[in-house]
Each structure stands twice: as structure tokens, then as C-alpha cells.
Design a protein around this ligand. Sequence first.
Ligand SMILES: *Cc1c(COP(=O)(O)O)cnc(C)c1O
Length: 476
Amino acid sequence: MNSKEFRNEAHRFVDWMADYLEKVEDFPVKSQVKPGYLNPQIPGSPPEKPELMQEIFTDFQKIILPGITHWQSPNFFAYFPANSSYPSVLAEMLTSTLATQCMIWETSPAAAELEEKMMNWLKQMTKLPAHFHGVIQDTASTATLVALLTARERSTDFKINKTGLENSKFRIYTSSQGHSSIDKAVKIAGFGLDNLVKVSVDDQFRLDTNALRQAVESDIKNGFKPLCVVATLGTTSSTAIDPIEEISKITTRFNIWLHVDAALAGTSLILEENRWMIKGIENVDSLVFNPHKWMFTNFDCSAYFVKDKDSLIRTFAISPEYLKTRTQGQVNDYRDWGIQLGRRFRALKLWFVIRSFGVEGLKKKIAYHIELAKNFESKIIESVYFEMLAPRTLNLVCFRFKLPHIQDETILNQINEKLLNAINSTGKIYLTHTKLNEKYTLRMVIGQTNVAEKHVEQAWEIINDCAARLVNELSP
Ligand SMILES: *Cc1c(COP(=O)(O)O)cnc(C)c1O
């Protein structure tokens, strides 16, 4: 392909992109294909001869699109969002054109310096303390692993990096609602899942600090070393908010690293009324949140903040001859702030998004999403056929269908699972589920970039229609 062909195709692609985003609601939001659908449509071996972009693009539309779940549809209410927006997509176009490697300052000074600037902007926007240092990680999972490794090294005077891990006596704590990425990080960091203590929660699914204190004290008595507590702001199941301030009293007292996983909820800190969530933040060692979830910035972009920057860098620093530079020490070489050497230029999309929306525009959208969730919650509360299964704290409503004559929890679980399948088979909206206190729970997350009242209204109608049909099926 030459430049002229590239230009023509790129123009055609941009038209397709704009059309797609305009009519994204017309697609079935959850892909309706069956497992293995793609295999017979793609040759078993790669082509020997070059193929025309026109043909490749036709196949993209014919073969790939049907197998796509449309995360940018405003009818996407599943999981947590992985948002995008026009300014973010534009920045990604430039990023992939520059295709620059941002491992150290010298390999693209603008990327390193813009990253520092953007992390400082985010810090101001969310009112995180000035003493935090920010770096962009690919995902929250990576950031949590980085936090655990840094805690491990700092607590052993950086010895395990050198001599390796033997008979780990470390204990890591999170609530029973902590994200699976914590389990994964504990496995990778060599602590062993047996040493991840899942602390019980209160009736609002928040970490129970008395249980935490007891677990820590009893572990110390038994010769373990409490290393890190991972608190969650906005658990994945129900957006429960762990009490940071109470937890930090325990971590400070016992000299334990306190890491906060605020993957989704962190973005909501740009609203003053949500800052109660970070009461006690002065005693937090690190925090991560995902602009790639709720800040309209393409995946991947996780904002990781750490108090003790020197320990972070000491944990990850490498300095082979071929990466030595004369600016070392004067600038941020982000390869030493995490796991990857090679890094994408991720700060650019954040810069585009924050400037294009303005902080005011971002606040407006987040507040609107929360407002929509509040309205949806009222519908659930008012309806005799549905009930809330967890308090709504932000933009997630946890609910289930109920029938006055059915008390059996197992049957209710089966009915709600059926209901969810029926809802998603319509292709009109997409919701996912969790279990809370063993109850099959439908999760309605209202956070897609362009979601509006009419989408939530329509979703409510579809949920009710599907429920009514289920009742007809059930009655003899
Ligand atoms: C989504 C989520 C994660 C994982 O985020 P990634 O960036 O995909 O690793 C971690 N913790 C919580 C609470 C989440 O909601």
C-alpha cells in the first residue's frame, strides 16, 4: 500500500467510523453469534499473495462485525463501561500514526512530559493529595500488581528482588468483594492464594474493619507478616465503598501498605459530592482508577498514583547499557515505574478528552449518569415485581425480579437467570449479573458515553416485557 492508497482508504474508513458511531444503536448490542462462528469463514492458512484493502475491509464488515459486542452503544448496560468518545478516537488515530515507543524520556520527550502533566491534571480534578505521583499503567490489574510488588520490596529492604521469594509469610487482605485482579496479582507476585485473606463485609458489602483488625492481629500472632490491604472504592458487584479512613487506622498502626482499587469510582471523584469516599486518603499508599472505564478515554488507560515514588522506582528500575541516557535522573523514565518496557503514548488521548470536554463537561456527564441511575433505582423501588439487592452508591443498580408467591431462593435464582438471558437475546440492551448473598443479581450500569434518559426508559420497558413473558411461561 502506498501513501495515496492509504489516504483514500483512511478517508473511507473515517466515513465508516462516523456512520458506525451514529447508528451503533441499530446493531444487536450483545453479539448474537454462536461459538466457532468465525472459523469456517477465514482460511486456515495466511494468503501468499497481497490482497486489496477493499476486500479486507469488506470481510471486516461481513465476518468481524457480527461477532462484535457494541460497547459504544448507549444500550450497553453490562459489566462496567469501557468508554470512548470522539476526541479520544481522534487522539488514538494520531497515536497509532506516530507509533512511538514511550519507554523512556529520550524515546519521545513529549510523551513522558505530557504523561506527567496529565497525571497532575487528574490529581487536581479528583482532589487527590499533592504528594501522590502519577503514572499511566495499562490496566488496574497491572497497577495492583505493581502496588503489591512495591510493598513487598519496601518491606524487605528490596531483598526479594535479589534473592527471590522463599516460604512467603506475607499476608494480603481485601474484602470478599475485592476484584479478581487481586487474586491474580497475589498469584503472580508469589505470595500464594492461601495468603490472600478475604475479609467479610457488612450488610452494604463494605469491608468490615473489625474483621480486618482481628485477621491482622491473629496473623501476627501466628508468625505471618501483614503486607498490604487492598481497599475498594466501587466494588465490581455492587459499587460498595470500603471505609478508607477506618482501614487506614489499621494499616498505619501495623505498618501495612494500603492500596485503593477505585477502577470505576475514581472518575466520580471529580464531583465534589463524592469526595467523602476518599476521607482518610492522606494515609493511603497507592490508588488506581481507570479513565478507560468512565472518563470517555479509549482502553487502555489506568491512572496509578503512589506516595513513595522512590520505592516504586527502586522496585522496577533496570539499566542495561543500551538504555542508558544522559538525561537519566533529570526526567521521568516511565519504564522504571511499572512492568512494561515498551509503552504506548497513552497520555495524548487523555489530553484530548479533558480539553475537548473541559472539566465542566466531564462533571456534567458523570452527574447525569448518576442521576439516570437514581431514576432507575426509583422505578425498581416503586415496582412490586422488582427489588433492590444492594444500595446504589453511584451508577450501578443491583436488582432482581420477584414474584409474591415464590419464596424459594433457588427458583428465584433460576427465574432471574432466565430473565437475563431473555433480555440479552433481544439484542436491544445488554445487562450482566453477579451474585450478592447467593442471590442472582441483575446489574444495570448506566455509564456509556452517550447514554440518555430515553435509553434507560427503553431498557425499563424491555426488562418489564421480558419479565411479563416469563410469568406467562411459568403459569400453567
Ligand atoms: C474493572 C475493575 C478492575 C480491573 O480493571 P482492568 O483495568 O481491566 O484491569 C479492577 N478492580 C475493579 C474494582 C474493577 O471494577
